[in-house]
Write a protein that binds this ligand. Structure first.
Ligand SMILES: Nc1ncnc2c1ncn2[C@@H]1O[C@H](COP(=O)(O)OP(=O)(O)OP(=O)(O)O)[C@@H](O)[C@H]1O
Ligand SMILES: [Mg+2]
Length: 371
């Protein structure tokens, strides 16, 4: 599941009029707080193929809690990416994450789409902490019959403040792209999973994306979301702990985290130490899964956890998480079914950091009108 034409519904833009982007091509753009990632996937010969990949680091503070704090710097960064990847004028699929977006599931009686939209608006204050829904953009998807009452349909509603949506639309537009699809990080993960993994109808799988500042959790059954939660912790937390412990700058601490100490004899101890700094992330994941289990209405238990995001690449983290949760944990591979163009010079790097590319791959796979 994903939110199809959030921008069209949200900002009153004529999506179909915009599709005329350069040769109708779409790029996925994952605007993260640590890096902005751009990927283009073609559907040549019916096989999703990565044609382009570029990323650019973002200074700390350009994004804050999923919102754009420095529009000028963000536009500059995306402009450089667009230029390097030569994709000026192309359409873009991007996503919101963290506190900029709220996802709720609620039962409604069976009705047509227009009536459902009205009903959601009427009952909005039951689900969302907004006084005025005029300031909010929302979209929804019918998931299926409610487990307790067959006369009711479960509907997932996604809402974002207009000002957030407009700032993202403005950023990519100023950078020379055409905003076509606005998704949510956790649903982009789902698209990545749906296209790359085989699953049975009853399989409950937890998709987790640990970024630099936000972690997204999406529990999916039959590749459809049954629970989502974002929390504001990620790889930066570990860097900041190293920063405080050793009296380093953030940049120095980041380097130490990624490459370890110069004295390789200390390397094992150091690995253990930084793994312990990630403990609050593990705890928050445990808490979310406990909460999910206590509220889940089905009988199945979780089959596995698929981990993505740069924060998940911390040495020993998947093993630690698996021990704590007592659930098999693996790192996501968005390139199981999505192939890498042989001419792509970055192919080896992409394979190496594949779990970090889960969200951008899910976005690059989106097409207008596909959901
Ligand atoms: N090999 C690695 N080992 C440990 N940490 C890593 C590794 N590679 C990247 N990271 C960490 O992953 C984080 C960046 O991950 P990612 O690119 O997924 O973040 P982002 O999408 O920009 O952030 P967010 O989604 O939270 O806004 C940083 O904290 C970085 O230090
Ligand atoms: Mg991210």
């Amino acid at each position: 599941m994903a939110i199809g034409d959030l921008i069209g519904k949200i900002s009153g833009l004529d999506v179909w009029g915009l599709i005329a982007g350069k040769k109708g091509k779409i790029v996925g753009l994952d605007i993260g707080s640590h890096a902005v990632k751009l990927m283009q996937i073609s559907d040549k010969g019916g096989r999703a193929t990565v044609e382009k990949y570029r990323e650019i680091p973002l200074e700390k503070g350009v994004l804050a809690e999923g919102a754009i704090a420095d529009l000028g710097k963000l536009v500059e960064a995306i402009k450089r990416l667009v230029k390097e990847a030569r994709c000026q004028g192309m359409g873009v699929a991007m996503s919101l994450s963290g506190q900029s977006v709220i996802i709720k599931k609620a039962p409604f009686r069976d009705m047509d789409e227009h009536e459902l939209r009205e009903a959601i608006l009427e009952e909005a204050n039951k689900y969302f902490p907004f006084d005025n829904m005029d300031e909010v953009n929302f979209d929804f998807q019918v998931l299926g019959q409610n487990i307790h009452n067959p006369n009711l349909l479960d509907v997932v509603i996604v809402a974002a403040k207009k000002e957030f949506v407009e700032s993202y639309v403005e950023a990519v537009t100023l950078a020379g792209l055409k905003p076509l699809i606005l998704d949510v990080d956790s649903f982009a993960l789902e698209t990545m999973y749906e296209r790359n993994y085989e699953y049975d109808e009853q399989d409950l799988v937890v998709l987790i994306n640990i970024g630099a500042s936000i972690t997204n959790i999406n529990v999916v059954k039959n590749a459809t979301s049954v629970f989502t939660r974002d929390f504001s912790l990620g790889g930066n937390y570990v860097t900041e702990a190293i920063e405080a412990q050793y009296g380093l700058s953030f940049e120095e601490a980041e380097k130490l985290k990624l490459y370890g100490p110069e004295d390789t004899c200390q390397s094992n101890d150091f690995k253990h130490e930084i793994l312990s700094y990630a403990d609050p992330i593990v705890l928050e994941i445990e808490r979310s899964i406990d909460y999910f289990r206590s509220t889940y209405e089905g009988n199945e238990d979780i089959k596995e956890v698929i981990l993505s995001g740069g924060g998940a690449l911390l040495s020993g983290f998947p093993e630690e998480l698996s021990d704590r949760l007592r659930i098999p944990v693996s790192l996501a591979n968005p390139f199981r079914n999505v192939v890498l163009n042989r001419k792509l010079s970055e192919a080896e790097d992409l394979k190496h950091m594949a779990p970090r590319l889960a969200v951008v791959t899910g976005l690059a796979l989106r097409r207008v009108g596909d959901k």
